[in-house]
Design a protein around this ligand. Structure first.
Ligand code: KMH
Ligand code: ZN
Length: 269
C-alpha cells in the first residue's frame, strides 16, 4: 500500500476558544500548531484564517503570514481553505487563491452545515477552479456528500480540473453524509479511477473513519477543525496529539508515513 499522507486541519473556521482552549487563532499560534503537527507526521496542513478576536477571515494578508511562518521552518504542504465560513461571499472566500498557495480546498457542492448552509453553486465552483488553474494551485476536492463527486466530474469535463483528482471525503458534518464506514466505502467506490483520497470524520467519527481509511488504502485527515476531543469527555491537547495517534495506529497496521515530498508525489502536486 502507498505511504500514508496525514493532513492536520489545525483550526477551521467554527471552533471557538470557549469550546477548547487549544485551538490556534493567531498566525503565530497556527504556525506553531502546524510545525508541531508536521513534526508528529503530518505532511499537509489545512489552515483557516482567523482575526485576533477568533472570528473567521479570508483576509489574504492573514493567510500570507500563516504560510510564511510555516514555510520559514518546514517544507510541509500548506493547504489554504477556500471554504472559509458559512455565510461568506464567493469573492471573499476565493481571494486567497492569488497568493499561489501550494494547495487549496475546492468544495464541489452545496450542503447543510449544522444550522447554516454551506453554499457552493456551480458558478462558484467554476470560478474557484478557474482561478486555481490560472495560479497553479493544486485543488483538494472537498466532498461532504456523494453527489459532490459528480459535480467534480463536471468540472473535469469542462477542462477545469485535471485527473487524477485528490479528494477529501468529509463525513459527519450535521446535515451532510453521516460518519459511517458504510458511507465511506460507498463514496470511495464512487470516485473516478486513479483518484487519491483522504477521509475526515467529524466529531466522534474522526477515529473510526481514520482507521477505516487506512485499511482501505486511503489517507487521513485529523485535527481540531473536525474534532476537539481525544476521547469521550477529554479534549485533545493539541493537533499533534491527534496526529501522533494516527501515526501509532498506522505503524501497527503496516502503513508507513509519507514525508512532505512523498506526499507531493502521492497527491500529484
Ligand atoms: N468551514 C466550512 C463551512 C474548507 O475549508 O474548504 C467549510 C470548510 C471547507 O471548512
Ligand atoms: Zn476547512
Amino acid at each position: 500500500m502507498e505511504k500514508l499522507v496525514i493532513t492536520a486541519a489545525v483550526n477551521g473556521a467554527e471552533v471557538t476558544r470557549d469550546q477548547t482552549p487549544y485551538v490556534p487563532i493567531t498566525p503565530e499560534e497556527i504556525a506553531a500548531a502546524a510545525l508541531e503537527a508536521a513534526k508528529a507526521g503530518a505532511s499537509i496542513i489545512h489552515v483557516h484564517g482567523r482575526r485576533a478576536d477568533g472570528s473567521a477571515t479570508q483576509d489574504k494578508e492573514v493567510y500570507r503570514e500563516i504560510i510564511e511562518r510555516i514555510q520559514e521552518k518546514s517544507d510541509v504542504i500548506v493547504q489554504v481553505s477556500t471554504g472559509g465560513a458559512v455565510g461568506m461571499t464567493a469573492s471573499e472566500r476565493g481571494d486567497v487563491i492569488s497568493l499561489r498557495p501550494e494547495m487549496a480546498t475546492l468544495s464541489t457542492g452545496t450542503v447543510n452545515f449544522g444550522d447554516g448552509v454551506f453554499l457552493n453553486s456551480m458558478d462558484m465552483m467554476v470560478d474557484f477552479a478557474t482561478r486555481m488553474k490560472e495560479f497553479g494551485v493544486r485543488p483538494e476536492i472537498e466532498v461532504f456528500d456523494v453527489g459532490m463527486i459528480a459535480n467534480a466530474m463536471s468540472l473535469v469535463k469542462m477542462g477545469l480540473l485535471k485527473e487524477p483528482l485528490h479528494v477529501d471525503l468529509v463525513l459527519g458534518v450535521p446535515g451532510a453524509i453521516p460518519g459511517e464506514i458504510s458511507h465511506l466505502m460507498h463514496m470511495v467506490s464512487s470516485l473516478p479511477k486513479g483518484s487519491t483520497w483522504t477521509a475526515a470524520g467529524v466529531g466522534r467519527s474522526q477515529l473510526p473513519i481514520a482507521v477505516a481509511a487506512m485499511l482501505l488504502g486511503g489517507h487521513v485527515r485529523v485535527g481540531l477543525e473536525d474534532n476537539i476531543y481525544y476521547s469521550k469527555g477529554r479534549l485533545a491537547q493539541s493537533n499533534a496529539e491527534l496526529v501522533e495517534r494516527v501515526v501509532r495506529l498506522a505503524t501497527e497496521l503496516g502503513r508507513e508515513i509519507a514525508t512532505p515530498s512523498e506526499a507531493r508525489r502521492i497527491v500529484s502536486i
